[in-house]
Design a protein around this ligand. Sequence first.
Ligand code: PEP
Length: 253
Amino acid sequence: MAQRPYIVGNWKMNGTRAMLSEARAVDRAAQRHMKVEVALAPPYTLIHAVHREVEQIWVGAQDCSPNPDGAHTGDISVPMIADAGAKFVILGHSERRQGYGETNKLVRAKADAALEGGLRVIICCGETLETREAGKAEAFVADQLKASLPKLEDAGEKVTVAYEPIWAIGTGKTATVDDIAAMHAMIRKLLIETYGEEQGAEVRVLYGGSVKPENAGEILGTPEVGGALVGGASLTAETFMNIALAAGDTVEG
Ligand code: PEP
């Protein structure tokens, strides 16, 4: 069954309670655009507040600990974010892989913990410009995913992959439609090898990297692009929901 496009906003380290009005506005607009599934990942400190303010959209976290509890100063566990209202968690974002040395093994451990705790996961992958220019982007992303993806029976429902070329994040640059199509086709093949024909076909593969209303239609109309992970453009409801509208326009009916 074809899934609705999935548009996820990653607020990163932005937002205080003053931004709750944006979350409310996103939620109201999402109620009018049911062809698209909309979600927001605010910082930990706002998960509960956003969860209480919204009715339609899902709220998630931007990371979690692989540990359920204990002496891990500064960490936040899956039971904590679930208790705050999170339904999903973004894992392996390049800003965590690069900034905090997160390995594929750690991303996989976090994914296992999240699934065990009843959350869905968005597993991020993506190459540097250097890797792309060396002609190794697809091999790099394949290796990253093989080692980061959790093993489970019902991946179609619980796992989403976000392909985010690192050089396109927050830079205003986007990959070409041909590059996106080639990478997403490779990822789909790998998902089918990993999860089988049926489940592998159901896993949504998002594109991320400077998606904005002006380029969303073209990107989201690319084969195998099941939605977008949006950073900067998710910080205002109007811009974010214009991306969701463009996603809705790619759906027939
Ligand atoms: C991201 O960080 O996931 C992202 C895609 O950011 P931006 O949209 O700002 O490039």
